[in-house]
Design a protein around this ligand. Structure first.
Ligand code: ADP
Ligand code: MG
Ligand code: ZN
Length: 433
C-alpha cells in the first residue's frame, strides 16, 4: 500500500463510479504518483484516460494541477465535459476559445484550483501566458505532472504526425523533475523510441499489454464489381439497424458510397476533411447519438471517436498503413462484443495509392516518402497473404508475437486453413478405410 492508496480507491469508486481497475491501470497510476516517468501502451478503448485522470484527483490534501496535452480540441472537450459531469475540476484552453472563455480558464489555472487543465500542444509550447502560468504553478509546488496523450503524434513514423508535438520537448528540459506520462495505442518500436527521445522521458516505466482485440473478426475479400453490392446486402441483412463505419479512400468515394447506401434505404452520411467543421461535427454527433447509423469516411474520421456499439468497419479500399488499419478497425467493438472488420482488396488500388504517394507534392522529404511507400507495401503483403493468421500479421507489425492458437478461427485465414486441414484429415481417413 502507498500513502495515496486509500484516496485512490475512494476516488475510483466515489468520483469515477468504477468498480475495479483494468489491466495495467493501477500499476501505471502508482508509478506516476510515485514520481516516475511513465509510458502507457494500451490498445484503443483499453482505458488510457483513467491512468491520468484518476491520479489527477488524488491530491493528498493540497492543490496540484495535472496538465494534459491532447491533439484534438474535440477530444479535449469530450473529456472535460465528462470530468465536469463527475464534479471534477477540469478545464481546457485552446486557440479556438473566445477571449472571455480563455480569460476564465486562465484565471482558474493560475489560481491552482484545477485538478486537470487540457492544453493544445501549440498553446503549451507557444503561448507566453501559458508558459508563465506553468512557471508560477511550478514555483509554488502545484504542478503535479504532465500528460502527453496520443503521444505517437510526436513521431513522423506514426500515422498521425503533428509538428506541434515536437515542441513539447521543451517541457522536460525546463522541468526535469516533473513526472511525465506518455500514452498511445501505437506500439511500433520506431514510434516508441521517437516518443521517448523526443519528449525526453527518463528511465520511463513502460506498461504495455497485448494489442490483440479478441472480439474483432478480421477479413480480407477480393474487390470486384460486385463488392459494393455484397457490402450493401450484408449491411442491410446481417447488420440491420446496427452502427458502423465504411472507410473510403477519397472525398468523392465517401460521397458516392454514402449516396448509394442511402438510395438503398440505409441510414448513412459522409465525413471527410473537405467539409466545413460544423458539418463534420454534426455528422459525428448524429452518428454518436445513433440518429445516423453509418458513416462513409476518410481516415479524417477517427481519433476521439468513442462509440461503444460499432458492429462493423468496412474498408472499401485498402488502407495506407497497417497501423492505420489497426486503429480504424479498433473503433469497432469497444463494448467488448463481436464486431466485423472487412477489407476489400484489389491490386489496382495498391497501384493507385502508390502513384498518389509518389506524386504527393506535400511529401517533399524523400525519406518520408519512402516510409509511406514501405508502409503501403506492408499492407499489400498483408492483403495478399491468404495463409497466416490476420491477427498474427497485424500484431507482428507492432512487434507482438501472437500465439495463433488464440485466434480460434476469428480471422478469414485461420478459418479457411482449418477447413483445409479438416478436409485433409477426411481424405486420409478415406484412404485408410
Ligand atoms: P483509450 O483512451 O485507451 O482508447 P478510454 O480512456 O477512452 O480508452 O476508455 C475507454 C472506455 O473504457 C471508456 O468508456 C471508459 O469509461 C472505460 N473504462 C476505462 N477504465 C475502466 C475501468 N477500470 N472500468 C470500467 N470501465 C473503464
Ligand atoms: Mg484515449
Ligand atoms: Zn487468425
Amino acid at each position: 500500500r502507498y500513502p495515496w492508496t486509500d484516496e485512490l480507491e475512494h476516488n475510483l469508486q466515489q468520483k469515477f463510479k468504477l468498480k475495479s481497475f483494468r489491466s495495467n491501470q493501477l500499476d501505471a497510476i502508482n508509478a506516476i504518483l510515485n514520481g516516475d516517468d511513465v509510458f502507457v501502451l494500451m490498445p484503443t478503448g483499453g482505458g488510457k484516460s483513467l491512468c491520468y485522470q484518476l491520479p489527477a484527483t488524488v491530491n493528498q490534501g493540497k492543490d496540484s494541477t495535472t496538465i494534459v496535452v491532447s491533439p484534438l480540441i474535440s477530444l479535449m472537450q469530450d473529456q472535460v465535459e465528462h470530468l465536469r459531469a463527475l464534479h471534477i475540476n477540469a478545464a481546457m484552453i485552446s486557440s479556438k476559445d473566445s477571449s472571455e472563455a480563455r480569460r476564465d480558464s486562465f484565471r482558474m489555472f493560475r489560481a491552482g484550483h484545477l485538478d486537470l487543465i487540457y492544453l493544445s500542444p501549440e498553446m503549451l509550447s507557444k503561448s507566453e501566458q501559458c508558459k508563465s502560468t506553468i512557471k508560477k504553478l511550478y514555483e509554488e509546488g502545484q504542478l503535479a505532472r504532465i500528460i502527453i496523450d496520443e503521444a505517437h503524434c510526436v513521431s513522423s513514423w506514426g500515422h498521425d504526425f503533428r509538428p506541434d508535438y515536437k515542441l513539447l520537448s521543451f517541457f522536460k528540459r525546463q522541468y526535469p523533475d516533473i513526472p511525465m506520462m506518455a500514452l498511445t495505442a501505437t506500439a511500433s518500436v520506431k514510434v516508441r523510441t521517437d516518443i521517448i527521445n523526443n519528449l525526453g522521458l527518463k528511465n520511463a516505466l513502460m506498461f504495455k499489454q497485448s494489442f490483440n482485440r479478441p472480439n474483432l473478426i478480421y477479413m480480407v475479400r477480393p474487390k470486384n464489381k460486385d463488392s459494393m453490392f455484397e457490402m450493401i446486402t450484408e449491411i442491410s441483412t446481417k447488420f440491420r439497424s446496427k452502427t458502423g463505419i465504411v472507410y473510403c479512400n477519397s472525398k468523392k468515394q465517401c460521397e458516392d458510397t454514402s449516396r448509394l447506401l442511402v438510395s438503398n434505404g440505409l441510414s448513412c452520411a459522409f465525413y471527410h476533411a473537405g467539409m466545413e467543421n460544423e458539418d463534420r461535427s454534426e455528422v459525428q454527433m448524429k452518428w454518436q447519438s445513433s440518429e445516423i447509423k453509418i458513416v462513409c469516411a476518410t481516415v479524417a474520421f477517427g481519433m476521439g471517436i468513442d462509440k461503444p456499439d460499432v458492429r462493423f468497419v468496412y474498408h472499401h479500399t485498402m488502407p495506407r498503413s497497417l497501423e492505420g488499419y489497426y486503429q480504424e478497425c479498433g473503433r469497432g467493438g469497444r463494448d467488448g462484443k463481436t464486431s466485423f472488420c472487412t477489407m476489400y482488396y484489389q491490386y489496382a488500388d495498391f497501384k493507385s495509392l502508390e502513384s498518389q504517394i509518389k506524386r504527393d507534392k506535400s511529401l517533399t522529404n524523400k525519406v518520408l516518402k519512402q516510409r509511406h511507400l514501405e508502409k503501403l507495401h506492408d499492407v499489400l503483403n498483408y492483403c495478399s497473404n491468404t495463409i497466416e493468421c490476420r491477427r498474427k500479421l497485424v500484431l507482428q507489425y507492432f512487434n507482438e508475437n501472437f500465439n495463433v492458437a488464440l485466434c480460434k478461427k476469428t480471422c478469414d485465414n485461420c478459418k479457411a486453413s482449418n477447413e483445409v486441414e479438416n478436409r485433409d484429415v477426411s481424405e486420409d481417413a478415406k484412404v485408410l478405410l
